[in-house]
Write a protein that binds this ligand. Structure first.
Ligand SMILES: Cc1ncc(COP(=O)(O)O)c(C=O)c1O
Length: 411
């Protein structure tokens, strides 16, 4: 452990919450150096929707590497990129009647958000962006400006500007804009998550999402959906906005897009918004072809039919009803369970309790993390492929963790 504390920056965080050294991972499980196994209900913060090292994707990746396939490709045309674009169009866009151009950005979520914001400003010639309380969009300056967490914002060291923040879920967002800005200045875009993940697992209603989309259209303001955490099947459908029937102007995707935890991000933009000049926005790592191979594999293995979406809905019902029971039995320790699909949160009375439960769960072999600006929510983000047995096992570990804090009367 020493070298981590001695050499690695103080900025590290998950390693403090899960103080062990991991060696292997497969499906929903990780193992550490002591040979202990952990159920992973954090799934790489949403980057591992199909679990660790999914065998069907691993074999494609190994074959590609063994054949000296291009790994680093800038934005050159490669067979791996062609296969991804063709499959994405065939299996995701066309069946949903969605017409988007695909922009490959630097490979992390925040890269896709930066590109989305820059594009919206370029298309409209306006500067302000409307973002929401508890929103989380990344750590680079543009994305941080639309992120609400005060601790993360304070680390910027420069003013974070040109953003108007309005309450998530509140009616008449453009009315709030006038109040908050003290002016009726038209924003370039509205950026939102359909379920706020890092911000504390707040699902928006379909009605509110539709209201925002309609208001954007009426005001000539672009709608950016940040589907980085809750896209790629997390809520059941491939895109989290499908249920509400939205067709956003711009969509940011990353995390589980590669299907393997390999870095990859894209911006989807309506063709009429494709005003970029060649090379106007670029990045050395836009062509992670190993990620394109596994991303294509994920589409073919998991999105050629509706089986995964159906299983997400039954797993989500199982997880949610287990969490509802825990709330009822927690004697007020937990106030509610909330979420959509396989992103669910258990809301604790205090941040200390949420943190203590996560640590007690870790000690019992379950990885879960807190979410929320104050960290008062225990967030459940299992791989979409977690089995019914694994979900039961996780629920019984959390029950045990609660009991260890004197919170759950036995059934
Ligand atoms: C909704 C959302 N947007 C953007 C990001 C930033 O992604 P990354 O950490 O890959 O930059 C995250 C990360 O958690 C996220 O949840």
């Amino acid at each position: 452990m020493d070298v981590f504390e001695r050499l690695e920056s103080e900025v590290r965080s998950y390693s403090r919450d899960w103080p062990t050294v991991f060696t292997r991972a497969r499906g929903t499980r990780l193992w550490d150096e002591q040979g202990r196994s952990y159920l992973d209900f954090f799934a790489g913060a949403g980057a591992l929707n199909y679990g660790h090292n999914p065998p069907a994707l691993k074999s494609r990746l190994l074959e590609y590497l063994a054949g000296d396939g291009v790994v680093h490709g800038l934005d050159t045309m490669t067979v791996a990129k062609r296969a991804f674009l063709e499959r994405f169009d065939e299996l995701i866009l066309r069946p949903r009647g969605l017409e988007y151009k695909v922009q490959f950005t630097g490979p992390t979520g925040t890269n896709a958000v930066e590109a989305s914001l820059k594009l919206a400003r370029k298309v409209t010639g306006r500067t302000q962006v409307l973002a929401f309380t508890n929103g989380f969009h990344g750590m680079t300056l543009g994305a941080l400006a639309v992120t609400s967490n005060p601790v993360k914002r304070a680390a910027a060291g420069v003013p974070l500007r040109d953003v108007v923040r309005v309450p998530y879920g509140a009616p008449d967002v453009f009315g709030h804009l006038a109040d908050a800005a003290g002016t009726a200045a038209q924003p370039a875009a509205v950026i939102l998550e359909t379920v706020q993940g890092e911000g504390g697992v707040h699902p928006a209603s379909a009605a509110w999402l539709q209201e925002v989309a309609t208001a954007c259209e009426r005001h000539g303001v672009l709608l950016i959906v940040d589907d980085i955490q809750v896209g790629c099947g997390r809520t059941g459908a491939f895109f989290s906005f499908e249920e509400a029937g939205l067709q956003p102007d711009i969509v940011a995707l990353s995390k589980s897009l590669s299907g393997y935890g390999l870095p990859m991000a894209v911006v989807l933009l309506r063709p009429e918004h494709d005003v970029w000049k060649p090379g106007e926005h670029n990045g050395t790592f836009r062509g992670n072809n190993a990620a394109f191979v596994t991303a294509t594999g994920a589409l073919e293995e998991f999105w050629a039919d509706g089986a995964l979406s159906e299983s997400v809905s039954s797993s989500a019902a199982q997880l949610r009803s287990g969490l509802d029971v825990l709330v009822a039995r927690s004697g007020g320790g937990f106030t509610e369970a909330r979420g959509r699909g396989l992103i669910q949160g258990l809301v604790a009375g205090t941040p200390e309790l949420a943190k203590a439960i996560c640590f007690a769960a870790f000690e019992r072999g379950l990885l879960v993390e807190t979410a929320g600006v104050d960290g008062d929510v225990v967030k459940f983000l299992p791989p979409l492929t977690a089995t019914a047995q694994e979900i039961d096992e996780a629920l019984s570990i959390v029950t045990d963790a609660l009991a260890s804090k004197g919170l759950v009367a036995s059934a």
